[in-house]
Write a protein that binds this ligand. Sequence first.
Ligand SMILES: [Zn+2]
Length: 246
Amino acid sequence: MTVLIYNNNTNRMETYYLSLNDIMPYANSTLRVREFRGASSSQVLWTDRRTMEAWVRFRAMWGSPIFVPYAFKRIGEGGHSDQSQHYAGTSFDVAQNLDNASRARMRSMAASSGLWTYVEPVAISPTWVHFDKRATPPACSAGYPMLRQGSISNYVAVLQDALETIGLVKIGIDGYFGPLTANTVRTFQQQQGLTVDGVVGCQTWARLTKLANGRWRRGQFTNSAALVETVALDRPHMQKTFCLCQ
Ligand SMILES: [Zn+2]
């Protein structure tokens, strides 16, 4: 199992080779790879360091084990909205085993803790608690941040995954937005009649994620989650970089 972590402190991707029973990097002893992987069947997972650190602090605040059946998912596996934070590895769906009152207590603790960027209201998810550590600002009114050549992050992994999922070209997933990723984005923009600038803003994210979301589930692309390997393709080509650290 390959786990890619965007280290927000160093603005670099880190690669870990772990088994399902191992502890997630930066998660102390409170989250196993199996829990983070949840219902995904992917052999490669990604998140960022601050999401793991927020988890550790929230878990300590809660004071007892938290049931984590769902966290990460690949965009091709679907099951969430087009620009879901689950595809970026920054969000958790937890506490399905608690009663309504306990869930309400967790929701309100998550909201008041200041640890999470977003906590879903009870009206949207009454039988679980969703919180996430999404990067801001979003390129659209909600969703993923703007990316361009030089960006390094778990959101670049989502971008590369989505481009592969629609079958455009196999570029590998390394979280580094170098010239190879930029060229693939331009090809996509050209094919879709979008402004060809290699920048992944609102329109490009919206079009790409709509095409990629749930695509494996619909059987429109034969590539399985288990077969997409990570390759550090763009890493050697990076020169100027931008940080999504905040
Ligand atoms: Zn969720």
